[in-house]
Design a protein around this ligand. Structure first.
Ligand code: DAH
Length: 336
């Protein structure tokens, strides 16, 4: 086809469209000219056979034809892109896409950060690959403590390990800041545990630390954890402390929440005791302060640590920790 012929065909096409009076004719013209097997796409396909020197001008003319034809068809109510009129029952309800939900562990971490944020705590972070000093030594763990055993901890050489707790972030935070220090430290932790309904080799903890130059007491710790318990588990929940031992706190306690399910009366969730163990805590041991270069005569503070999985399981009534790692949408969707 020569350029002149093309211009002729174009004029004819535009005249036909201009004369079209009903939708069926417009649609037929659309198919004839711009449809997939129409004459304009055919011309575009045939461009390779047009002599090289004529190709640019020819191409331009074809594109102009297509644009004008599509505009003319559109002006006549024909879809330029060839969409058929909607052939559907517009009264049918729409398709409902399920929104994603936050993972229970993320929820517990975020909620905890919010609750403690209201008390002036910020979030601190530390690496999952730690050294011996931060994970054990500075936390006053004796050199031959069983938790350092190769059967309990993932070691990489003599000095490098996957942190077994979030407590090393306490050490990093105190080394990098002068008191007052008020942080929570959520993160992944690792232990050589065999997986079962309540254990996983990789789990999550949240550490808390408050150190100040004004006296800090066990009563401060209890009031903060009592506030956390109420915000997290419901307004009726109370806390109790039981004496315990941790190398990095003195005195040390284990923290129980009253059972939010039976309100302390005794049920299967709390194993009939009315209480659920949730955290370890205590007053920071003076030896820990010495390890980070704080003067124990000038500062005091408390620390606590709890398992994120444990809180999530209690809060949402999850009976097996493995549900938290399988990403089964049927499980996760229930918390929406
Ligand atoms: N790190 C302890 C654990 O993994 C939990 C813990 C107990 C953290 C007492 C603390 C604390 O900060 O004071 O079992």
């Amino acid at each position: 086809m020569t350029l002149a012929e093309l211009e002729n065909n174009k004029a004819e096409c535009l005249a036909e469209i201009a004369a079209a009076s009903d939708a069926a004719v417009v649609e037929a013209l659309r198919v004839k000219y711009v449809g997939r097997n129409g004459s304009i796409p055919a011309l575009i396909k045939g461009m390779k056979d047009v002599p090289k020197e004529e190709r640019p001008a020819f191409g331009k003319a074809v594109q102009a034809w297509r644009a004008e034809a599509e505009a003319a068809l559109a002006a006549k109510g024909g879809g330029a892109s060839g969409e058929k009129p909607v052939d559907a029952d517009l009264t049918l309800p729409g398709r409902w896409w399920r929104l994603g939900v936050k993972h229970p562990l993320s929820r517990v971490i975020e909620e905890t950060a919010q609750v403690f944020g209201r008390l002036g705590f910020t979030v601190a972070d530390g690496p999952e690959l730690e050294n011996r000093f931060n994970n054990f030594t500075a936390l006053n763990t004796p050199a031959h403590h069983p938790s350092m055993d190769r059967s309990d901890t993932f070691w990489f050489g003599e000095d490098c390990l996957l942190r077994t707790q979030t407590s090393p972030v306490q050490i990093r935070t105190m080394q990098a800041n002068r008191p007052p220090v008020r942080v929570i430290c959520p993160g992944r932790t690792y232990r050589r545990d065999t997986t079962d309904a309540t254990h996983s080799a990789n789990f999550h903890q949240i550490e808390g630390l408050y150190v100040d130059t004004k006296p800090v007491s066990l009563a401060d710790l209890k009031s903060v954890l009592a506030y956390f318990a109420k915000e997290m588990m419901g307004s009726g929940v109370t806390v109790r402390f039981r004496p315990h031992f941790f190398p990095f706190t003195e005195p040390s306690v284990e923290v129980d929440f009253s059972c939010h399910v039976c309100k302390g009366k005794g049920c299967s969730v709390c194993k009939q005791s009315g209480w659920i163990e949730v955290a370890g805590a205590g007053m920071v041991d003076p030896r820990v302060f010495k390890f980070v270069g704080y003067d124990p005569k000038e500062v005091s503070g408390y620390a606590f640590g709890f398992g994120v999985e444990r809180i999530a399981m209690i809060k949402y009534g999850i009976s097996d920790i493995r549900w938290l790692y399988e990403n089964d949408i049927r499980f996760l969707g229930q918390l929406g």
